[in-house]
Design a protein around this ligand. Structure first.
Ligand code: MOS
Length: 731
């Protein structure tokens, strides 16, 4: 029946293509006469390029050209706008714009050759003569230069300083996390296919093919009709593909100049020359009653940014909404450094801010002798105080209850260092997670062909969450047809407009558009059925589309098979523009989670292993519990990496990331991960959108790092306020 299709664990519709290697990624498209570009990156953090000597590279047979700031095609200037959907405030970075070096790793030249190996070798022969300037890349050394971030913060409430000063329990805490670099499995790549006549067909690794298309047109001053961007498959991104990265304009500039197809694929090391989750220092002051009821809260954060753009994320607002507190002050500032601009990374801001807030709440639990779950319940907020609005739904209590139950939280012995097995100290910790449930305008087109296949299309993409699968289910459910007869088209800038795939808003935004397009199509089908001269209906106002036919009400005798209808009428299509409903304006919408973690700390070595995680999620209706569970698993694993491993080690004398490879930049592997149990609690939401679905992309990571840190405290009695919790910090 209709309703069975949403909520079913449908296998990924593109799973076979992916695991058999039939799915092509951006760097895998062939083209006649394809040239390969290799990027030369800056070795200094600040200064000017005096000269680039490419003669040794150009002398090699098979090397075709070296693109630099001196010979590049015309590019939008400082005064011309060429924003992309996710560009930070300021003067956006343009590769090869001029001779200035703004950060270590900045692309300075692109070597074009017949093979990728030759291009890479030739790039190593390019000599850059620099005029270096003094640089600063250390946030701690430059905190005093912080300026207000261009971000709207919730208004202060009451008098936080006075409330804290008068509170029985007062805490002043400082937390810090390191730069974390994006390392999706597929490094960034663009293949620009030069079409006869000069049009560009681009295969790009992106979270928004239309954003990449508009960016290219704006930067290189091209007619939109000349550029089509495809992103059929994307091997992970989670923020790194929200902005077009530098390989895209470099490949396009080379293709336009040489009138040839060009591919630029970044190396793993070059993945460390752009976006990252920014190092951030956070100070929290809490005032509470002896029982742990919050009376005042101040959360201040200072993040790093580049000198040319102000990267902002939502670090502190969560502290004004997650718990009830009448006296509150939030502050968020940025320190410009000689680094590249940070970039959104899964749950940008929330992963950072909730590490601090949820660590601090744990510290408050200890200071007041309150169970950490009880402390959260004591401070539970029924409304979003930042906006002064009730929630469209909030089943966070159920997350605490079901998560604690599944984890066995009631068996926890309260004292630190009180649980052990042999050499291993065992610690149990928990934290709350929260993420906004957003919806953006999106469009979709649904068409039924004469053979009864439903094609639904929107210019979104699928960076891994299973978007094509979820959209297939939504379409099948709405029209009441078999998912096997549905095909969802995405990853093409020429399809109906869709927002970037980010922010956990794809199901809410594109899913709503898909649903509305299918509803519009159903109306057309009913209309077409009504007009058939021999239609078997007595009351045509009751027609509906169900189980592959148009029928009158519940009367399956008075029905016309869709296939017959289409054969007689011809194909039918409908396109809609969907937008957030008015009802949303009265409410706040968010996803929530409760994360419970068990760690095992080797007492002698200081090594930490996360042996168990239970993550209980409230995210409205779950479209596909299988792919949604995978989203949460991925978020939890990433959170464990954030807590224990991920850290860019910067040599500030050179201003450069030194561990720019996956041997030295540590990420969790299978052997690092224990049991992870995911629980989706029931959450009915009639307001967030017609699907009742909030999205699960980010929520899985939020709170995980704090839950691990809190468990480490419970295991060892040591509070580590700086991530990652490496053994040198713990011993
Ligand atoms: Mo997400 S960091 O909005 O891809």
């Amino acid at each position: 029946m209709n309703s069975s299709r949403i909520g079913q664990p449908l296998d990924r519709v593109d799973g076979v293509a992916k695991v058999t290697g039939q799915a092509r990624y951006a760097a895998e498209y062939p083209a006649d006469g394809l040239l390969h570009g290799s990027v030369v990156c800056s070795a200094i953090a600040r200064g000017r390029v005096r000269a680039i000597d490419a003669s040794a590279a150009l002398a090699l047979p098979g090397v075709v050209w070296v693109l630099t700031h001196e010979n590049r095609p015309v590019m939008a200037g400082d005064d011309e706008s060429y924003e992309d959907e996710d560009a930070a405030d300021g003067s956006p970075f343009r590769p090869l714009f001029d001779a200035r070096v703004r950060y270590s790793g900045q692309p300075l030249a692109l070597v074009l050759a017949d093979s990728p190996e030759l291009a890479r070798h030739a790039a190593s022969l390019v000599r850059v003569d620099y005029q270096p300037d003094e640089h600063e890349t250390d946030l701690r050394a430059a905190l005093q230069r912080a300026h207000d971030a261009p971000a709207e913060l919730p208004e202060p409430r009451g008098d936080a300083d006075a409330a804290i000063a008068g509170a029985e329990v007062q805490l002043a805490l400082e937390y810090e996390l390191a730069n974390e670099y994006h390392n999706p499995m597929e490094p960034h790549a663009s293949t620009v296919i030069y079409q006869p006549g000069g049009d560009l067909l681009v295969h790009d690794k992106t979270q928004g093919p239309q954003n990449s298309q508009q960016y290219l047109c704006n930067v290189l001053n091209l007619e939109p009709s000349r550029v089509r961007v495809l992103s059929a498959f994307v091997g992970g991104a989670f923020g790194s593909g929200l902005r077009p990265q530098y390989q895209l304009p470099l490949a396009a500039m080379a293709a336009l100049t040489l009138r040839r197809s060009v591919r630029v694929a970044l190396t793993r090391q070059q993945m460390f020359t752009f976006g990252y989750r920014p190092r951030t220092v956070q100070r929290l002051r809490l005032g509470a009653s002896a029982e742990g009821k919050l009376q005042g809260l101040i959360h201040e954060a200072i993040g790093q940014t580049s000198r040319f753009e102000d990267f902002t994320e939502q670090v502190v607002p969560w502290s004004g909404m997650l718990y009830h507190c009448d006296h509150l002050r939030l502050d968020y500032r940025l320190t410009p450094l000689d680094v590249y601009t940070p970039l959104d990374m899964r749950a940008p801001g929330a992963a950072t801010g909730l590490f601090a807030l949820e660590s601090a709440m744990d510290e408050l639990a200890w200071a007041t002798g309150t169970d950490p779950v009880q402390l959260r319940l004591l401070n539970y907020s029924e409304t979003d105080q930042n906006q002064g609005k009730p929630y469209s739904s909030k089943e966070l209590r159920a997350c605490y209850r079901q998560g604690a139950e599944a984890f066995g939280w009631s068996r926890r012995s309260a004292q630190p260092r009180s649980m052990r097995e042999g050499e291993q100290l065992i610690g149990w910790g928990m934290a709350t997670g929260v993420w906004e449930a957003m919806q953006k305008p999106a469009s979709a087109r649904a068409s039924l062909s004469a053979d009864g296949r439903l094609i639904v299309a929107s210019a979104t993409c699928d960076i891994g969450p299973g978007t094509a699968t979820a959209m297939t289910q939504i379409a099948a459910d709405t029209l009441g047809i078999d998912p096997a007869r549905v095909h969802f088209k995405l990853g093409d800038s020429t399809l109906p407009t869709a927002p970037l795939q980010g922010g956990s808003f794809t199901v809410s935004s594109v899913g709503s558009a898909v649903r509305e397009a299918c509803l519009a199509l159903a109306r057309r089908l009913c209309e077409a059925a009504r007009q058939l001269p021999d239609a078997p209906f007595s009351d045509a106002s009751q027609l509906r589309c169900i189980d592959g036919r148009v029928q009158q009400g519940d009367d399956s005798q008075r029905a016309i098979d869709l296939q017959e209808l289409l054969a007689r009428h011809g194909s039918l299509a409908a396109e809609v523009d969907a937008k957030p409903g008015k009802q949303r304006e009265q409410v706040a919408s968010a996803t929530h989670s409760a994360v419970f973690v068990e760690v095992r700390v080797d007492e002698a070595l200081g090594t930490v292993r996360v042996s168990r995680v239970v993550s209980a999620i409230a995210a409205g209706r779950v479209v596909n519990p299988k792919t949604a569970r995978s989203q949460i698993l991925g978020g939890v694993v990433w959170g464990i990496g954030m807590a224990l491993q991920e850290e860019a080690l910067i040599d500030h004398r050179l201003g450069r990331c030194m561990n720019h490879n996956l041997a030295d930049y540590h990420l969790p592997v299978h052997a690092d991960i224990g049991d992870i149990e995911v629980i989706f609690v029931e959450e009915e939401d009639a307001l967030v959108n017609a699907l009742g679905s909030k999205g699960v992309g980010e929520i899985g990571i939020v709170g995980v790092a704090a839950a691990v840190a809190n468990a480490v405290y419970h295991a060892t009695g040591k509070r580590i306020r700086q991530l990652p919790i490496t053994l040198d910090r713990l011993l």
